[in-house]
Structure formats: structure tokens, C-alpha cells
Write a protein that binds this ligand. Sequence first.
Ligand SMILES: C[S@@+](CC[C@H](N)C(=O)[O-])C[C@H]1O[C@@H](n2cnc3c(N)ncnc32)[C@H](O)[C@@H]1O
Length: 238
Amino acid sequence: MNRDERMARIRAARRRLAREGPRWTRDGERDFATVSLPERDCDCLRDLLAAEGASTVVEIGLAYGSSALAIGEALTAVGRPNPRHVIIDPFQEREWSNVGWDQLRSAGLDEFARLMAEPSSAALPRLVAEGLVADAAFVDGSHRFHEVFVDLYFLRKIVRPNGLVVLDDSWTPPVRTAVRYYERNLGWTPVPGAFAGGSVDHNVTRCMAIRLPGALTEPAFTEFRPFWTSQQIAWPAM
Ligand SMILES: C[S@@+](CC[C@H](N)C(=O)[O-])C[C@H]1O[C@@H](n2cnc3c(N)ncnc32)[C@H](O)[C@@H]1O
């Protein structure tokens, strides 16, 4: 199969999933819509990774596979040799009946994807030990503050200097607060307009992309800058 045929197969799988939903969902009619990254945000993610020329991407949180298909499309579009898509999700089989992984397989993307069925807090340090270097990461796993914070801690050692970290649900206080530490203390810089065509939740662009600095340096602990006040980051009225 040539690259155009592979791209057509991936796009068809993405379209099918977005229009018809997966073959199986957890309880609740709206579960797919609630859990999955919306199609327009998937398109922005794909375009961003393709513009970066990404060939190795780490993804946290597979669920029904919407974002994973978009990442696979970007890696295929870039077309560099030996692309790698490392996906981490401890619950893919137990909670999601392997639907996300089946989506990738039906699109032929399992050829270069690897699923690590363990919590990101266990998988990411193993990737560091393996010496994996990624161009970008997409973070959409546990949304607990301490788990997002730990995800970013390890991704900082995996994503190359000047690489990208993209987060879903950036409007939520636990995600926003975790990111702010890295912005205020470690030189991570939001990429303006990266998700300009994406969804908006509670007046905030749903996804955010952040660029890592050009070198991995450790600040002195005396340079620590407080990064959170409840006025800055609070739950919106819901
Ligand atoms: C919001 S869903 C991801 C949706 C997915 N990005 C999509 O577009 O379809 C969150 C996912 O994170 C996974 N998850 C929860 N805790 C996790 C952890 N500690 N490490 C990795 N993944 C986790 C869940 O199993 C679930 O699949």
C-alpha cells in the first residue's frame, strides 16, 4: 500500500469513528462524545504535529482512539522513516474493551504504534530509562493534578528541546495549575493560536500546546516562583 492509500484508509477510519461512533461504548449514550477529543481538535492536533514534522509522539490516554487516529495521520503525513507512536493507557482492555486499539489496527496504524498498558506514572519513567526521545506528546490521561504534574515531569525528559507538549482540557484547574508550574519555573511557552480552530470550553480554548525551551537545564531551588493562586485558577461556574 502506498502512502496515499494509507492516508485514505486513516482518514476513512477517522471519519467513520466521528460520524458513527465506536462499535461499543461504556454505559451511557453520550460517553463517546464526552470522552473523546472532538473532531476539530483532532484536526488541529494533526496539523500541529504535521507542521512540526513529528516522527515520534508519546500519547497518554487512548480511550476510543479519536486523538490516536489523528496522531497516526500526522505521523503518516510527515512520512519520515521509522515513525513511533507510544500510547499509554492502563485501562484500554478493562474499561474500553480495546476499542481504541482496534481503531488503530483497522487503520493500519498498529504497524508503528506501541501500547503500554500501565499508568503513565509507571510507563513514562521506563521510557526515560529506554532513552526514548520524542518530538511531541499529547496528554489526555488522568486529570488529577498530581498525575498531570508527574506526566509533565517525565515528558520534560522525553520530549526533545524545542519540542511540543499538547494538553486536552487545559481549562480545568488541575491541568492548568500543573502546566503553570512548568511555564513559571522551567521556561515552557504556550504556542499562541495552535488550537485556534478548536473547541472552546468555559471561554477557554480546550487544548493548549506548549513549547519546551531549547535546553534541559535545572534551576536552583532558590529560584522557585510560586505558580498558583485560587484567584488565577478556579473552577468556572457549572
Ligand atoms: C479522556 S480519555 C482520552 C480520550 C482520547 N484522547 C480520545 O480522544 O479518544 C482519558 C483516558 O486516560 C486513561 N487514563 C486514566 N488514568 C490514566 C493513567 N494514570 N495513565 C494513563 N492513562 C490513564 C483512561 O483510561 C482514558 O482512556
